[in-house]
Design a protein around this ligand. Structure first.
Ligand SMILES: Cc1cc2nc3c(=O)[nH]c(=O)nc-3n(C[C@H](O)[C@H](O)[C@H](O)COP(=O)(O)O)c2cc1C
Length: 207
């Protein structure tokens, strides 16, 4: 199991790096191989494909999530390289949790709408002493190792989606059904609609 923590901070050896090192240590103790990498907006993030778990974390400065992480999602190829990756997010800031969840987390999440986010967390300055980093890692490990729902519980197809599926050539149907159901399961969708089928096709590179 390989995890990478992608982060940004203006402060060398500041609180964000301390949180990251603590997360990294706990994951390593749980059997992960862990790397950390400081983001540059223009960097090539192809290396992310080699990791099973990607953690994105950054502080907030002047109401904006640290710019190199945000820039990597907006201008760089990070968003593309995160396709189908298991992700966790955290922010480190002085604002209260509700304020940060409302104002700052969406700045990251709006670029990750096609990812399954296992855990998200707002850390306060006291994160390293109040146990919240430990509980973040616990939640993350639980979500990461949680077995996928059984086929019996898998997503239901809407009538529209079924009709569209049945209009496909018969020889493609078996492979497509499996692909769509696995995609819905991975994304946590309860229902397979036409929109989900289109999204799966776009994300998985079908025609
Ligand atoms: C210049 C500056 C601006 C900040 N702006 C905000 C802000 O707008 N909202 C917020 O919640 N916290 C803000 N903070 C608090 C930081 O997010 C917090 O101190 C964080 O732990 C800094 O991480 P670092 O040690 O990695 O730099 C600011 C801190 C600094 C130094």
């Amino acid at each position: 199991m390989k995890a990478v923590i992608l982060y940004d901070s203006r402060t060398s050896n500041g609180s964000t790096e301390a949180i990251i090192d603590s997360i990294g240590l706990s994951l390593a103790e749980s059997g992960f191989y862990v790397e950390k990498a400081k983001c540059k907006a223009a960097a090539d993030y192809s290396f992310v494909k080699d990791f099973d778990l990607v953690i994105l974390g950054a502080p907030v400065y002047y109401f904006v999530v640290a710019s190199q992480l945000l820039g990597s999602l907006i201008q760089g190829n990070l968003k593309t390289c995160l396709k189908r990756k298991k992700i966790a997010l955290f922010l480190n800031c002085g604002s209260s949790e509700p304020v940060a969840a409302l104002l700052y987390l969406p700045q990251l999440k709006m670029h990750l709408i096609r990812n399954k986010i296992l855990v998200e967390k707002i850390f306060a300055p006291a994160a390293l002493v109040d146990g919240s980093v430990d509980s973040f890692v616990e939640d993350l490990l639980f979500q990461y190792h949680k077995p996928p729902k059984s086929k019996v519980l898998s997503a239901k197809w809407t009538v529209e989606a079924q009709e569209w599926f049945q209009s496909m050539p018969a020889f493609m149907q078996g492979k497509f059904r499996t692909m769509a159901e696995e995609y819905a399961e991975q994304m946590g969708y309860q229902e397979i609609t036409l929109a989900v089928l289109v999204e799966a096709r776009d994300n998985l590179g079908g025609t």
